[in-house]
Design a protein around this ligand. Structure first.
Ligand code: FMN
Length: 310
């Protein structure tokens, strides 16, 4: 049973889905098996996003795939996953999960997306789909998320083939104008957005003089990217009236409040799990409730978007 004792007024309803709190597991961290996803829920997450799944399986890149810089992680996993058909076995075990389950997917072509949309439409365990067009270290995916035309077209294709499930589009910060990409996603039929995926980066091994990661480029996550993610959420919600999940460097209740004040409806948490463990969900929930009580707010909705009112 999920302990909801500390949640109280932290509940949020987004896309007609009820999240007991606004702290959602981000894609790619512990989201590859049913037992791990269940553990995250038992640890107090208000919702979970799976690892990004493609139509076909992928091995990902050889090691090293991840570097801890202290102020953040640089990863170049290369989207390793078992492919949609195999992953359905995990999803079968997740029917009846007490919180919304968001299936993260990616596709290298609109044909792949069409096939995936039709299969996913029948999956009862899936509450919503998050379309990853923003992984900075996999060629063929990162390019989609940088083009408003491709984003609109991919989202429309998914929308046309995915019946009765909301679509969330996960955006890359690696563009000069994130608002135009956000607008293209909404015009294609996105019901919500996630901002942001990791920031394109690299690490060099000074002993060999070569890039440290086998995939050369990686994605920076963790505390270092929080101000970038906040800026992206703020810019999008300043222009568009669409639910935005804030993601990037959330480690404390203060971070969550900043994202909600910037206009986010909820947040996703990834790298903080590597630093603080799974207890991060319950601990932030408690801190968050205390903050609201102390400041006299009755709900997160009262906090949402405050930074826009100047
Ligand atoms: C090891 C690792 C794997 C990730 N895998 C995915 C993935 O499969 N799909 C995706 O959309 N994002 C993936 N991400 C990005 C995260 O979901 C998130 O957008 C990013 O890490 C920023 O949040 P954070 O600072 O809380 O980690 C991954 C991040 C890390 C660190």
């Amino acid at each position: 049973m999920i302990n909801r004792k500390y949640n109280g007024f932290l509940d949020v309803e987004i896309l007609n889905l009820k999240f007991p709190n606004p702290l959602i597991l981000a894609a790619g961290i512990l989201g590859l098996t049913a037992p791990l996803l269940k553990r995250v829920v038992y640890s107090g997450a208000g919702g979970v996003v799976t690892k990004s799944i493609g139509l076909k399986s992928r091995e990902g890149y050889p090691n090293p795939t991840i570097v801890d810089l202290g102020y953040g992680l640089v990863n170049s996993m290369g989207l390793p996953n078992p492919g949609l058909k195999m992953f359905i076995e995990e999803l079968e075990e997740l029917k009846g999960l007490k919180v919304p389950l968001i299936l993260s997917i990616y596709a290298f072509s609109e044909e792949e997306l069409m096939t995936m949309g039709k299969i996913i439409s029948k999956l009862k365990a899936v509450s919503a789909v998050e379309l990853n067009v923003s992984c900075p270290h996999v060629g063929g995916i990162s390019e989609i998320g940088k083009s408003p035309e491709l984003v609109k077209s991919y989202v429309k294709t998914l929308k046309d083939n995915l019946s009765n499930k909301p679509i969330i589009v996960k955006l890359t910060p690696n563009v000069s104008d994130i608002t135009s990409i956000a607008m293209a996603a909404v015009n294609g039929g996105a019901d919500a957005l996630t901002a942001i995926n990791t920031v394109k980066s690299m690490v060099i091994d000074i002993e060999t003089g070569k890039p440290l990661l086998a995939g050369v480029f990686g994605g920076l996550s963790g505390p270092a990217i929080k101000p970038i993610a906040l800026r992206c959420v703020y810019e999008i919600t300043e222009t568009l009236d669409v639910p935005v999940f804030g993601c990037g460097g959330v480690e404390t209740a203060r971070d969550v409040i900043e994202f909600i004040m910037a206009g986010a409806v909820a947040v996703q948490i990834g790298s903080a799990i590597a630093r603080r463990g799974l207890r991060v969900f319950r601990e932030i929930s408690i801190e968050l409730k205390r903050f609201l009580e102390l400041k006299g707010f009755k709900s997160l909705e009262e906090v949402r978007g405050l930074a826009h009112r100047r």
